[in-house]
Design a protein around this ligand. Structure first.
Ligand code: C2E
Ligand code: MG
Ligand code: MG
Length: 758
C-alpha cells in the first residue's frame, strides 16, 4: 500500500527523471512546476479555509472569490501542467504578478503592499527554473515597475476605493511569503539540483563510456596491427589507421584524405562481398569488407598474405610440374594414357554416339624396336604422333599408349565415314619415314572400340581398343572390338590375377613326363607345370601359359618351375635315385630377363644341381631372324653345359636352315608332324628330311606326342633317338613316377620291347 502511494507520488511529481521522448520539456521542470503549484495550492486551501468564516462575517465576498478562484486556477494548472507546460508556467507566473499587483492596489497598508510585491520579485527565479533564462529576463524587466513603485512609494490604493481588509491580512500575506520562500522555492530548487546532479552523473557515465569506446577504437582501429580504412558510402576515405597509412605511404600525421580508395587501389572492386586478393607494391593482401552496423560506412581490413601467397604459388607450380610429369610419357614426352583418359572423361562424351577410341601400333613393332634400339624407336613413335596430329584434324585427342602404341579419339557420324577416315589415317602413318639415316615404311594396325551405354568409361574403351588391336594383323588391319573378345579379355584378366597369386605362393605343381628310347627306357623327364586353382579348378597349361606370357608372369613362373625341378633333382639325388636330364620349358620372354643365365646358374648352385642335369626346351619362335639376344643366351647356356632343345618343331614358320646358326642339341618334332607320317606321304618325307638334316648338324631328334605304337618304328628308322608320348607314359607327379620306377624299373612301355618292329 505504502509502496503504491510512494510510486504514485513519484509518478505525479515526476521525480525519477526518466527519459520521456514524447515531451520536449524535461521531467525536472514539470516536476518543479508541480511542486510549486502543489505548495501554492495547499497554502491557498489553508487561506481559503481560514479566511472563509471572517470574510463571510465581514461580507468581504471579493476575498472569498479571489482566494477560491486562485485556488481553482492552481488546481487547473496542476492538472494541465504536463500537457500545456509552458502555458501553465507562464500563467502561474503572470497570475503571481497580477496577485502582487492586486496586493499593491488593494492593500491600504503601504508596508504590507510593498511586502506583497515580493511575490513578484520571486518570479524571475521561478521563471529561470521553469522556463529558462529568457523568460527570467522578461520577468525581471517586468519587476522594474513594482520596484520603482516601492522606491517612490507609489500608492495606487488612493485611485480606487480600497475594499475593506481582513483583520489578519498581514498574517496571510507574510504566511504565504513564508511558505513561498521557505518551502515552495527551496523544493523547486532542490528538485532542479537533483536533476542537475543526475545529469552530471549521466554525463560522467557517458564520458566513461566514451573513454571506453575510445579505447576500443584505439585498440580495434587506430592502433590495430592490420591496416584498416573507413570509407563513406561514396567510397571516400573517412579515416585510416596507422598501418594503413604505412601501407599506402601516407604521412602518419595526415588526417583523413577524402581520397577515393579506388584511386589508391584501382583493382579493388567495391561490390564484391567476398574477400579479395590485391597486390600492393611487392606484397599481397587479403581485403575484407565489413559493413558498419547502423551506418553507411564500410571498413576495409587488409591482411598481409604475401607468404601464404608465395607458398600457394609454389604449390601450384609444384602441382603443375607433377601434373606435367604425371600426364606425360617419360620416354617420348608425349601426353600419356592417364592424360588421355582424363581428357576423355572431361569431354563428357559418354552419352553421345559416334565416339571411337583407336589404338595403333606398327605391325613390325618388335622388329623396329630391335633394329633401331629403344631410343630411336621412341623417335619413330613421336614422328607417327606428329604426323597424325598435324594432318588429321578429325583426331580430337591423341596420346602415347606405351610400347610404341598411340591412342586417339575420333567422332564420326557413321561407319562409312569412320572407315574412310581410318584409311586416310593409315595412309598418313604408313608413308615413308626417313629417320636415323635410313628410309623405311611401316604398316600400322588399328584396334577400334566405340563408346556405348555399357562401355562408357574411357579406361574401359581404351582397354577394349587394345584388346581389339591384338587381333589385328596385316590382313585384318582394322580390328573392331567385340563383346566376345571382351569376355575373353575379362577371363584372361581373372586368370592372370589368380595365376599371379598362385606363382607368388608357389602353388603351381610340376608333373613329369618320361622321355624314352624306342624300347621305352626312361632316359630323362620333361617337367610340365600344373595349376589346380581353388577358384577355377584345373587350368591346362595351354590356357595359363599364354596368359602368363601376355601378363608378364612367365618369368616368375619359369623361375618357380626351375627351383622346384632343382629341388626335386636334389631330393632324388640324395636318395640315390638319378633320372636326368629333366627338361624345363622356357618361354621366349625368359630371354628378355637381364640376368637370366646368371639367375639360372644361381638356382642350380642353390640345389647343387649341375647344368648337364637340366635340359632347356625353347620354342621355335625364340629363334626368329636377327634375334641376336636369343642367340647370345643360347650360346652362353650351351657353354655352361645345358642341353638345349627346340620344342614343338614344325608348328612355327621358322626356316629349318636357320637351326644351323644355333648351338642346339635336340630337336623335338611336334605331334602334328609325327602323327601324320603314317597317313601322309608328304609328311613322312618331310619328317625324314628333317631327321637327315639333324643328323648332318649333329642334332638329336626327339619325337613328341607318340600315342600309338605304329609311329615308333618308322621314326626310330628315320633317326629318332628319343620318344615322348602317352603311349609310353602320361605326365605324372614326382611321387607317382618314383613309385612306378620302384615297382617296374625305368621301362615305360605298354607292350614288350620285343614286340616292337625293328
Ligand atoms: P610341350 O612342351 O610340347 O609339352 C608336351 C605337351 O604335350 C604336354 O602338354 C604333354 O602333356 C602333352 N603330351 C605328351 N604326350 C602326348 C601325347 O601322346 N598326346 C597328346 N595329345 N599330348 C601329349 P601340357 O602339359 O598340357 O603342356 C602343354 C604345353 O604347355 C607344353 O608343351 C609347353 O609348351 C607348355 N608348358 C607346360 N609347362 C610349362 C612350363 O613350365 N613352362 C613353359 N614355358 N611352358 C610350359
Ligand atoms: Mg616342352
Ligand atoms: Mg612340345
Amino acid at each position: 500500500m505504502l509502496l503504491q502511494y510512494k510510486s504514485s507520488i513519484l509518478n505525479f511529481f515526476l521525480l525519477t527523471d526518466n527519459d520521456d521522448t514524447n515531451n520536449k520539456i524535461p521531467n525536472w521542470r514539470i516536476s518543479a512546476l508541480r511542486i510549486i503549484l502543489s505548495t501554492v495550492m495547499l497554502v491557498c486551501l489553508a487561506v481559503v479555509c481560514h479566511t472563509f468564516g471572517p470574510a463571510v462575517q465581514l461580507s468581504l465576498i471579493h476575498i472569498i472569490i479571489l482566494s477560491v478562484s486562485f485556488f481553482s486556477i492552481v488546481i487547473t494548472l496542476l492538472i494541465a501542467s504536463y500537457k500545456y507546460y509552458k502555458f501553465c508556467a507562464h500563467f502561474f507566473l503572470i497570475t503571481t504578478v497580477l496577485a502582487s499587483l492586486a496586493i499593491n492596489l488593494f492593500i491600504t497598508d503601504l508596508e504590507l503592499a510593498k511586502v506583497g510585491s515580493m511575490y513578484m520579485f520571486a518570479c524571475p527565479t521561478i521563471a529561470l527554473i521553469l522556463l529558462g533564462y529568457r523568460s527570467a529576463i522578461c520577468y525581471a524587466l517586468l519587476n522594474l515597475a513594482p520596484f520603482f513603485m516601492i522606491i517612490y512609494n507609489v500608492d495606487l490604493s488612493i485611485l480606487f476605493s480600497p475594499p475593506e481588509q481582513l483583520p489578519n491580512t498581514n498574517w496571510y500575506i507574510m504566511g504565504v511569503i513564508f511558505a513561498f520562500y521557505n518551502i515552495c522555492i527551496p523544493l523547486a530548487v532542490a528538485r532542479t539540483s537533483v536533476a542537475a546532479k543526475r545529469l552530471n552523473q549521466s554525463i560522467q557515465d557517458s564520458n566513461t563510456h566514451l573513454t571506453a569506446k575510445n579505447e576500443l577504437y584505439r585498440t580495434f582501429f587506430s592502433h590495430y596491427y592490420k591496416p584498416k580504412v573507413i570509407l563513406s558510402e561514396k567510397g571516400e576515405i573517412i579515416d585510416l589507421n596507422e598501418q594503413a597509412k604505412i601501407l599506402f605511404t601516407i604521412e602518419l600525421n595526415t588526417q583523413t584524405t577524402n581520397e577515393h580508395l579506388s584511386t589508391l587501389l584501382p583493382k579493388l572492386t567495391s561490390n564484391d562481398h567476398k574477400d579479395q586478393l590485391i597486390q600492393i607494391k611487392d606484397s599481397y593482401h587479403r581485403v575484407t569488407k565489413q559493413n558498419v552496423v547502423n551506418s553507411t560506412y564500410t571498413v576495409y581490413e587488409f591482411s598481409d598474405c604475401t607468404q601464404e601467397h608465395k607458398i600457394k604459388k609454389n604449390l601450384i607450380s609444384i602441382e603443375e610440374k607433377y601434373k606435367r610429369l604425371r600426364y606425360t610419357d617419360s620416354q617420348t614426352n608425349l601426353p600419356n594414357k592417364d592424360w588421355f583418359e582424363r581428357q576423355c572423361e572431361s569431354l563428357a562424351i559418354k552419352k553421345s554416339a559416334g565416339f571411337y577410341i583407336i589404338v595403333i601400333q606398327s605391325a613390325n613393332n618388335d622388329y623396329v624396336n630391335l633394329k633401331f634400339g629403344e631410343s630411336d624407336f621412341r623417335t619413330l613413335t613421336i614422328a607417327a604422333y606428329k604426323r597424325i596430329t598435324d594432318n588429321i584434324k578429325e583426331i580430337l585427342l591423341c596420346s602415347d599408349a606405351g610400347l610404341g602404341k598411340l591412342v586417339f579419339l575420333i567422332n564420326t557420324p557413321n561407319v562409312e565415314e569412320l572407315e574412310k577416315l581410318l584409311s586416310r589415317i593409315k595412309k598418313t602413318l604408313d608413308a615413308e619415314y626417313t629417320l636415323f639415316n635410313s628410309t623405311f615404311t611401316q604398316s600400322y594396325l588399328f584396334g577400334i572400340a566405340q563408346f556405348s551405354q555399357e562401355n562408357n568409361s574411357s579406361a574401359k574403351v581404351i582397354a577394349n581398343a587394345q584388346e581389339a588391336l591384338k587381333s589385328a594383323d596385316n590382313i585384318n588391319v582394322f580390328s573392331y572390338y567385340n563383346q566376345e573378345s571382351s569376355q575373353l579379355f575379362l577371363k584372361k584378366h581373372e586368370i592372370s590375377m589368380l595365376l599371379d597369386e598362385a606363382i607368388q605362393s608357389a602353388a603351381l605343381d610340376v608333373y613329369y613326363q618320361p622321355k624314352v628310347t624306342k624300347d621305352g627306357l626312361c632316359i630323362g623327364l620333361e617337367a610340365l607345370a600344373r595349376w589346380n586353382s581353388p577358384v577355377l579348378g584345373v587350368v591346362p597349361p595351354d590356357t595359363f601359359i599364354p596368359v602368363a606370357e601376355e601378363y608378364r608372369l612367365i618369368c616368375p613362373l619359369t623361375n618357380l618351375i626351375i627351383q622346384k625341378v632343382c629341388a626335386q633333382i636334389q631330393k632324388w639325388n640324395q636318395s640315390g635315385f638319378d633320372v636326368v636330364p629333366i627338361a624345363i620349358n622356357l618361354s621366349p620372354f625368359d630371354f628378355n630377363q637381364k640376368d637370366f643365365v646368371s639367375n639360372l646358374i644361381r638356382y642350380l648352385a642353390d640345389f647343387n644341381v649341375k647344368p648337364d642335369q637340366i635340359e632347356l626346351e625353347i620354342t621355335e619362335t625364340a629363334l626368329e631372324e636377327n634375334n641376336t639376344n636369343a642367340l647370345k643366351i643360347i650360346q652362353s647356356l650351351q657353354s655352361w653345359g645345358f642341353i638345349i632343345s627346340i620344342d614343338d618343331f614344325g608348328t612355327g614358320y621358322s626356316n629349318i636352315a636357320r637351326l644351323a646358326d644355333y648351338p642346339i642339341n635336340k630337336l623335338k618334332l611336334d605331334r602334328s608332324l609325327t602323327n601324320m607320317i603314317t597317313t601322309s606321304k608328304r609328311h613322312y618325307n618331310l619328317v625324314k628330311a628333317v631327321h637327315a638334316m639333324c643328323r648332318s648338324l649333329n642334332i638329336k631328334c626327339v619325337s613328341e606326342g607318340i600315342e600309338k605304337r605304329e609311329y615308333i618304328a618308322s621314326l626310330a628308322d628315320m633317326g629318332s633317338e628319343e620318344f615322348q608320348g602317352y603311349y609310353f607314359a602320361r605326365p605324372m607327379t614326382a611321387s607317382d613316377f618314383y613309385l612306378y620306377t620302384q615297382q617296374n624299373g625305368l621301362f615305360f612301355n605298354g607292350e614288350k620291347v620285343e614286340n616292337l618292329p625293328s
